[in-house]
Design a protein around this ligand. Structure first.
Ligand code: NAP
Length: 302
């Protein structure tokens, strides 16, 4: 039997998914370790979601990644959620555990560890009492806020929909502080730690800012001339910019940062780290990070 016969199957669900470089990155990792695993794209439209998920179960898939727009919807279709993922409220990786009682799907989130690992690789260990601005309030913002809040960052969340921003903050605070949220002192402290503002108030942020994380798709290929940061508002002196976008390699936001003399990083390292974490969850083997990074760069023609 050749290696390509009957591989262990994993992949990516989303709509659309054709643009994804995950198959190149993950299949390069499987090849490098000579594992008979295969990563494919599984486009599932929102109106065919239940059927798409039933098909994956029927084929005995070993696990899969989830991208827009299914990161929240999938929660109702797994058998359990890893504890941190429950707090974050967004699943980007499912692993199928093969138990005596049958196959159990567990939902987890590797965006958060991928973000933090790459952030540390870029800026070093976060220092105490740091202040961050998070742009956006979607799934990726949830991962970033969760990880930074755990490091006691003071966070200003900038978003279009204040209810969504408040809900994000409430979910993370409830997950991190639990019942202590009933304590008035902690609540006041927590309120100071995290708040949400509309984009129109961006210019009013005063005091030092250490980190700005773009968790919106603004500036992503093909809309490469767009930036989430308005040209008429100076970027805070001393801030590091982390743009989760990895296509293009140098986003307009990163160009603005460089023009202001500020360090700026794209999301390629996060992409590789979250893929590596999924690889390790599925196979139980250490991911070949360098192989994955090279494959990702090749796929992006960097
Ligand atoms: P998402 O759940 O759709 O959230 C996107 C957020 O951006 C939402 O809060 C949305 O606002 C906001 N937004 C969208 N367009 C905007 C605009 N024109 N102006 C202001 N805000 C806008 O998406 P996601 O999963 O969080 O992903 C966000 C970005 O991170 C994407 O570019 C994605 O590729 C990237 N990402 C990268 C990695 C990586 O590994 N590097 C991992 C995950 C995500 P509303 O809430 O008002 O709609």
């Amino acid at each position: 039997m050749s290696k390509s016969d009957n591989p262990q199957r994993v992949g990516l669900i989303g709509w659309p998914v054709e643009h994804s470089i995950s198959p190149v990155m993950l299949n390069a990792a499987f090849d490098a370790l000579d594992l008979n695993w295969r990563y494919d794209l599984y486009p599932i439209s929102p109106d065919q979601f239940d059927q798409g998920i039933a098909d994956l179960r029927a084929m005995g898939i070993r696990g899969f990644n989830i991208t827009i727009p299914h990161k929240q919807t999938i929660i109702d279709h797994v058998d359990s959620l890893q504890q941190e993922t429950q707090v974050i409220g967004a699943v980007n990786t499912v692993v199928a555990h093969q138990l005596d009682t049958g196959i159990r799907w567990e939902g987890t989130n590797t965006d958060c560890s991928g973000f933090l690992k790459d952030l540390i690789a870029c800026i070093g260990d976060p220092q105490p009492q740091q202040r961050a601005i998070i742009l956006g309030a979607g799934g990726a913002a949830r991962s970033a806020v969760f990880m930074l809040a755990r490091l006691n960052y003071q966070i200003v969340l900038v978003c279009r929909d204040s209810n969504k921003g408040l809900q994000l903050i409430r979910d993370i605070q409830r997950g991190l502080y639990g019942n202590r949220s009933a304590d008035a002192v902690v609540t006041t402290q927590m309120r100071m730690q995290m708040r949400t503002i509309p984009w129109a108030n961006l210019a009013q942020i005063s005091g030092s800012v250490d980190l700005i994380v773009n968790c919106t798709p603004v500036g992503m290929w093909p809309n490469v001339d767009a930036s989430p940061w308005p040209d008429d508002i100076p970027l805070p002196v001393g801030a590091t910019i982390y743009d989760m976008i990895y296509r293009p390699e140098q986003t307009r936001l990163m160009q603005q940062a460089n023009a202001a003399g500020l360090p700026a990083y794209n999301g390629l390292g996060m992409l590789v780290q979250q893929g590596a974490a999924a690889f390790e969850i599925w196979t139980g083997q250490q991911a070949p990070l360098a192989v994955m990074q090279q494959a990702a760069k090749r796929a992006l023609q960097l």
